[in-house]
Design a protein around this ligand. Structure first.
Ligand code: NAD
Length: 364
């Protein structure tokens, strides 16, 4: 796979994880929570999803300092229905409260065959595929619908105004030696990619953004309004929107994320008003135990045969074989674990600035 440009820094995983963990300890989190946040963010970089990796460290610290996210919270079970549960994340770090909801879902699905968990008021939960991987490690299928209560960035199909957030969906399937993880935002691009493009990085794909008059755009100013070459970008200053992926189909999926992760969890939707004054993830998860369906061996046999058949499809470009969901992440993970996480110099210096402000010395 094409890797990051050679002019980017490569930071070894253990040093990067230690630095991020030390930053959150210095910011007031305990060692266990700091380690979870660091492992999750670095894990997103290892999987190749840099928009959900350590680039978020300064923003997470600011959220903690501003009280938008609260350290040391445990997800509270507010309704326990046996094979379903409603949990309140109480604005705790997503990397703490989402794994707690997932652990409950896994345990109950192993008991009942299925479990549905509805998590609300979670701080940013990051890369959703991480939670599908946790279920896969326990031998379970899982489906996750996520919304971002209080955040509007994305126009629905046929519209020019912001109504959705980037509402990701993830599905994990545990095939032996071939874990399948589908994990994507329902926006045509993640906001992080608009941010990267605004700093002279990779350009946006055609039609990623839309102006209030309906013109399609690849110009980050559509989302951020006026900004300096170096400095903050605020989507509140822009008049346009990101477009939902997949025309009416992706837009419909984004809408259903609001119904499932926003309304059913009672965590709230993207709008029309942000009553709570801060944003939070909601996640509706379904956990399924194949063995309870009496077909574990047959499920795996059929699944492997089918996955291999798909992977063996004649490629349109011989240099680009057909991939299965999760393949790109596994390839990136192998490369980056061996050679370090590539980071743009600006991302690295922003992390170091946060570390220095908190009195943390970088091990690199
Ligand atoms: P993306 O567009 O890179 O799509 C990733 C998915 O597509 C993966 O399942 C991957 O295996 C598959 N894929 C990629 N290339 C492929 C190929 N050539 N052939 C077959 N499959 C392929 O992802 P994205 O939309 O940019 O999302 C990035 C991350 O952002 C995700 O981890 C998502 O969970 C996260 N996210 C989180 C939030 C939040 O609020 N917590 C919001 C939005 C997105």
């Amino acid at each position: 796979m094409a890797e990051a440009p050679a002019d980017q820094l490569r930071i070894p995983t253990p040093a990067l994880t230690a630095l991020v963990s030390d930053i959150f300890v210095a910011a007031g989190c305990d060692a266990a929570e700091s380690g979870r946040i660091a492992t999750h963010l670095v894990g997103a970089n290892l999987a190749g999803h840099d928009s959900h990796g350590v680039v978020r460290v300064p923003r997470y610290v600011e959220w903690l300092e501003a009280g938008f996210v609260v350290k040391g919270q445990d997800a509270e079970v507010v309704t326990d229905g046996g094979a379903f549960a409603v949990l309140d994340g109480k604005w705790g770090f997503g990397q703490t409260v989402a794994p707690q909801a997932v652990a409950l879902g896994i345990a109950r699905a192993q008991q009942h065959g299925v479990c549905v968990t509805a998590l609300r008021n979670a701080g940013h939960i990051g890369r959703v595929g991480d939670y599908a991987e946790q279920a896969i490690a326990a031998g379970l299928i899982s489906i996750h619908f996520v919304n971002v209560a209080g955040s509007v960035l994305v126009a629905p199909f046929g519209g020019v105004e912001r109504r959705f957030s980037t509402n990701p969906v993830s599905i994990g399937v545990p095939l032996p030696d071939k874990p399948l993880v589908l994990d994507f935002a329902t926006s045509l691009v993640a906001e992080g990619k608009v941010l990267v493009a605004s700093s002279g990085g990779k350009k946006l794909p055609e039609g990623a953004l839309i102006e209030p008059d309906g013109r399609l755009s690849t110009d980050p100013h559509t989302l951020y309004g006026p900004y300096e070459a170096v400095g903050p970008r605020n989507p509140a200053n822009g008049k346009g929107a990101i477009r939902a992926f997949g025309e009416h189909k992706g837009s419909g999926l984004a809408f259903m994320c609001e119904m499932l992760a926003g309304c059913l969890t009672a965590g709230g939707t993207s709008g029309p008003v942000n009553e709570r004054g801060r944003i939070a993830n909601g996640m509706l998860s379904v956990f399924i135990s194949p063995r309870h369906f009496g077909t574990q061996a047959e499920f795996e046999r059929m699944g492997l045969v089918y996955a291999d058949w798909i992977a063996a499809t004649q490629p349109a470009n011989p240099a680009e074989p057909v991939l299965l969901p999760g393949d790109p992440e596994n390839q990136r993970r192998a490369d980056r674990t061996a050679h370090g996480v590539p980071l743009p110099a600006e991302t690295w210096s922003n992390i170091l600035a946060t570390a220095t402000r908190l009195g943390v010395k970088s091990p690199v």
